[in-house]
Design a protein around this ligand. Structure first.
Ligand SMILES: [Zn+2]
Length: 54
């Protein structure tokens, strides 16, 4: 049994994700919140494909 909960949504975590230090989050995040945080802090990371100059 996993009795730990996501610190953001308080939901159960199937997988625990370690937040980055600069997020100032204590505890673990669920997958959803982790991706959300990634997107908040690094917007466009997955969209911006910089292939200019190739
Ligand atoms: Zn969550």
């Amino acid at each position: 049994m996993i009795d730990e909960k996501c610190v953001l949504c308080n939901g159960p975590m199937e997988h625990k994700y370690n937040p980055m230090k600069e997020w100032n989050v204590k505890g673990f995040l669920c997958g959803k919140c982790y991706s959300k945080k990634i997107f908040e802090h690094y917007p466009g990371k997955h969209e911006r494909v910089n292939q200019d100059g190739h």
